[in-house]
Design a protein around this ligand. Sequence first.
Ligand code: AMP
Length: 218
Amino acid sequence: MRLVLLGPPGSGKGTQAEMIAAKLGIPRVSTGDILRDAVSRNTALGAKARSYMDQGRLVPDEIMIGIIEERLNQPDCANGYILDGFPRTLGQAIALDEMLAKKMAPIDLAMLIDVSDETVVRRLTQRRICPRCHALYNLQTEPPKRDEICDKCGTELVLRSDDQESTVRTRLRVYRSDTLAVIQYYDSRGILKKVDGEGGKDTVFGSIVNELEGVGQK
Ligand code: AMP
């Protein structure tokens, strides 16, 4: 299964991608995590990406397409993967299709997780991330056991620099101006499914699993 997970920032893509990855036994490929890792290690890529990310803007397509090509060529992606955060522009979607056409391994399904702007802002400003293992928490709905400390690795949790409210609003604008075209693109190819992302994570996961089972039965 080669799956693209779509939705605005804060729609729960990362959480759902982890849950789907565990269920299907395929890797979650998060371009945001790849970039954050590069920023924290101060690599050349990190240096280029940092200012775009801090402003809530998109890293240029040519950089992102190179990153994804390299990642999808790793052996763990041979039997499928879940893309979380890629493609985010029409150019990226088309480049991805061209890349996959060469391997004769096209995207099977694009799943859109639909949530309102108010939910996005509420969730993201309450979100905390572990800078070490990337585990996600929500201070209201899914707090860590110890105050702002990662349950998994004991590292102090942080607010992502791009989860400040003003940056979240920019990211929502970017989503509308650039990423809606990606949704239309997959819809026009007949491989788009939509689920309601307003509920709790298990409810949303249930809806996604239902849709995935539908695909398996085709
Ligand atoms: P995410 O964790 O997916 O919300 O991504 C965090 C940030 O990384 C985004 O706001 C962008 O600055 C950058 N980013 C991640 N994926 C992409 C992509 N496919 N294209 C451009 N920028 C990206």
